[in-house]
Design a protein around this ligand. Structure first.
Ligand code: AN0
Ligand code: CP
Length: 317
């Protein structure tokens, strides 16, 4: 967020690239992007590869869990278990084959401090010898938030739209990276931003700042121009011992699923979700299939946000 600089300039660049995504096709000649995945991905993997190719880069993708050696991440352990290699060797080796490294490494939920200090990403920054960008880290997903901002800018019907980010139920514990980044970027953008979630799901103040929090979901949705749905697990802010947990059986919260009931009190709001989404948990079929659902153009904008970020990184090599 702080590296991107003024958002109006970043948006200008995004629309310039959207008009001609090959405008900088020679910028990345003989430069290699390496994309390292510790977790699953569809959009980030494909859109970031496409972005690198738009800029004329070579791309190498590695799924750490499929075919690479199992990596130890803690220093000082006697490596007599199933892990054959240490991150402290693997990182500089990866760095030696590329010019820019992208890393996806989700929160592990073992220890809040390790996650919020970005222990894995910081090691890439320290030991790779290359500029590193985050393809969803333990705490942030900036390429997603930038694509979300581009989408809001494209579809907004008034200068300062009301944007509501709502928690929605999910059977498994999910990271806070997407809501953290979305909150951080929306606070910096020129929008009326409101967050709604059940008690206990308060996001870290580093990201949510003094954004308005409304615990009554229906009230939050009133007059909304954009609804951004996402599940996240307990951030451990008001309930430190529950960090990374789903607080109750999700059946208790099924009335938080975004449906026509909540959408009916909005200003005919557009629906956003980063995807992948579980239908009829996060959002009903009819809302995600409505003409006001922007989930596909939003995902398409991931190519644009990644192209801007890689372009900026190439320019500063
Ligand atoms: C991830 C998350 O919630 O952070 C990735 C979203 C882009 N989602 C899942 O793991 C299902
Ligand atoms: N939105 C997003 O980052 O999707 P993937 O997890 O499929 O990359």
């Amino acid at each position: 967020m702080s590296d991107i600089g003024p958002l109006d300039l970043a948006l200008k660049e995004a629309f310039e690239i959207k008009k001609d995504r090959y405008k900088y096709e020679n910028l990345g000649r003989r430069k290699t992007a390496m994309l390292i995945f510790f977790n699953n991905s569809l959009r980030t993997r494909l859109s970031t590869q496409k972005a690198a190719m738009n800029l004329g880069m070579n791309v190498i993708v590695l799924d750490v869990n499929q075919g690479a050696w199992k990596l130890e991440t803690e220093r000082g352990v006697i490596m007599d278990g199933d892990k054959s290699e240490h991150l402290l060797e693997a990182i500089p080796v990866m760095g030696s084959y590329c010019d820019i490294i992208g890393v996806r490494s989700f929160a592990r939920f073992e220890n809040r401090k390790d996650d919020y200090e970005e222990k894995i990403l910081q090691q890439f920054i320290k030991y790779s010898g290359r500029p590193v960008f985050f393809m969803e880290s333990a705490t942030v997903h900036p390429l997603q938030a930038f694509a979300d901002l581009i989408t809001i800018e494209e579809y907004k019907r008034k200068e300062r739209p009301k944007v509501v980010m709502t928690w929605a139920p999910h059977p498994r514990a999910l990271p806070q990276a997407v809501p953290n980044s979305f909150a951080e970027w929306m606070r910096a953008a020129d929008v009326d931003f409101v967050v709604t979630h059940p008690e206990g799901y308060e996001l870290d103040p580093e990201f949510v700042g003094d954004a308005k929090v409304e615990y009554d979901q229906m009230k939050a949705f009133e007059g909304a121009d954009f609804v951004y749905a996402k599940n996240w697990s307990c951030p451990g802010v008001t309930l430190p011992n529950q960090y990374g947990k789903v607080l109750d059986d999700y059946h208790k919260w099924m009335d938080w699923t975004v449906s026509s009931r909540q959408m009916s009190v909005t200003n005919d709001a557009f629906f956003l979700h980063c995807l992948p989404v579980r239908r009829n948990m996060i959002v009903t079929d009819d809302v995600i299939e409505a003409p006001t659902s922007l989930v596909i153009p939003e995902a398409a904008n991931r190519e644009i946000s990644a192209t801007v970020v890689l372009k900026r990184m190439l320019e500063s090599l």
